[in-house]
Design a protein around this ligand. Structure first.
Ligand code: SF4
Length: 421
């Protein structure tokens, strides 16, 4: 049965779309494709130790750029911090105090005072790492001056509605991206097996490895405890995708919808943001029907992903959370290029090639705010410093001109169906 919103259209405030930015390139794509705000990490305390992350100079540039676009930039400082690291945390906050972040995302409430020591009016957002599941916790942090709480992914929809109804500060929820087996990322598996602490941004994703049984007298003999021929997975979580329930989420009055993935590429972020922006626009216009939902979900299928789940929020059975039968990441489309120059003298944008494609291939161009369009490659011209030549195939790092394509948006994502070879 189609969901009926209980809010009038006029009151139906569209939440902020909050998007991850692992580097300045991704940040620019995120904003261009419709993010209202981005979250990013510096080189310290940010819970994504293996992302490229931003130097202090890059943070300054990122915030300047974001504000020029009239959007918001939040810094993540949500790693666990031990006693001996407090002086370093203090020094780090001092070093970034003049950067005009719109909010500071933390998970340790003790750090609020350190931030406020240098930035008296700092807006504080509490991270998902706190696993907040009720309005009493929200209220506790409200009294400490916190502006926004990210709610645990483990909450049920009806509880979320009640929590928001009873809360006086902004509430944010994750709508898309990878999930953890553990409660809101509080997991020791990776630390136990590899020494890499997920709570310090170093997760080795041990929950997704394939496992065998070994008897102690028979080392090196691995028994297959079959769930399937490749081995057994202790918990291979599907990826969260709440797009089909987006209207119900908007109806709760939630303030922000967050996409996971500060390690993701510009192609993943652009495509995902394009979809959620479109969905939110359709909800605003009262046109988010089954047909548009299905077509937007099929757009999400073009990004690399595991099978999707609606997560704990709309869970009917635990099986909906994992898929140990099919553990491979789905990658039906390849990211084959970006635009290097929007306008060129000969009226044809230069493309920087990321993955191989050939003459005769049908490629797809995604541009901010526009429907994706198909284009058949009839001529590939490779551009070198002083000369150009025609070729049958384009390879990574080539700069090419595609006859007939014309000028495309500088932030275009060019992709191709993987089996189109
Ligand atoms: S090992 Fe798996 S469950 Fe644990 S933090 Fe990493 S991704 Fe999450």
């Amino acid at each position: 049965m189609e969901f009926q919103s209980q809010l009038s259209k006029e009151n139906n405030k569209i939440p902020e779309l909050l998007v991850p930015a692992g580097n300045i390139t991704v940040l620019k794509y995120a904003l261009e494709y419709g993010a209202d705000a981005v979250y990013l990490g510096g080189k310290k305390f940010n819970l994504r130790s293996y992302g490229s992350n931003f130097t202090i100079k890059e943070l300054e540039e990122a915030v300047r750029y974001t504000h020029k676009k009239n959007k918001k930039a939040y810094i993540t400082l949500n790693s666990i911090i031990f006693e001996n690291e407090l002086p370093e945390f203090d020094a780090y906050i001092k070093s970034i105090k003049d950067i005009d972040f719109d909010a500071y995302i933390i998970s340790d409430p003790g750090l609020i005072n350190v931030i406020r020591k240098y930035i008296a009016d700092a807006d504080i957002h509490m991270s998902t790492q706190l696993s907040t599941t009720n309005h009493l916790t929200v209220d506790y942090y409200r009294k400490s001056g916190v502006k926004r709480m990210n709610i645990a992914r483990e909450i049920r929809y009806d509880d979320l509605r009640e929590l928001i109804k009873n809360s006086e500060i902004e509430i944010e929820v994750f709508v898309h991206g990878s999930l953890c087996i553990s409660y809101s990322g509080r997991c020791m598996l990776s630390k136990y097996m590899t020494g890499r602490d997920a709570n310090r941004g170093e997760c080795a994703h041990s929950c997704r490895w394939n496992y065998y049984l070994m008897e102690e007298q028979r080392p090196n003999l691995f028994y297959n405890i079959t769930q399937e021929s490749d081995g057994t997975y202790i918990y291979n979580s599907r990826d969260l995708c709440l797009l089909p329930e987006l209207e119900r989420l908007v109806d709760t009055g939630v303030s922000a919808l967050k996409i996971e993935g500060r390690m993701k590429t510009e192609s993943y972020v652009a495509q995902t943001v394009w979809v959620y922006r479109k969905a939110l626009d359709l909800i605003r216009e009262g046109r988010f029907d089954e047909k548009s939902k299905n077509s937007l979900v099929s757009e999400l299928d073009k990004c690399s992903h595991r099978d999707y789940t609606k997560g704990f929020m709309f869970l009917d059975s635990f099986e909906e959370l994992e898929n140990n039968e099919d553990v491979k990441i789905k990658q039906d489309y390849k990211f084959i290029g970006t635009c290097l120059t929007e306008f060129s003298e000969n009226g044809c944008s230069e493309i920087l090639v990321k993955n191989q494609f050939r003459k005769g291939d049908v490629i797809e161009i995604l541009e901010p705010g526009l429907l994706p369009r198909l284009f058949t490659v009839e001529e590939i011209k490779i551009k070198r410093k002083n000369y150009e030549f025609l070729t049958e195939e384009a390879n990574p790092n080539d700069i090419v001109l595609l006859e007939g394509l014309g000028n495309i948006n500088l932030f275009s994502i060019i992709r191709k169906k993987s089996n189109n070879e």
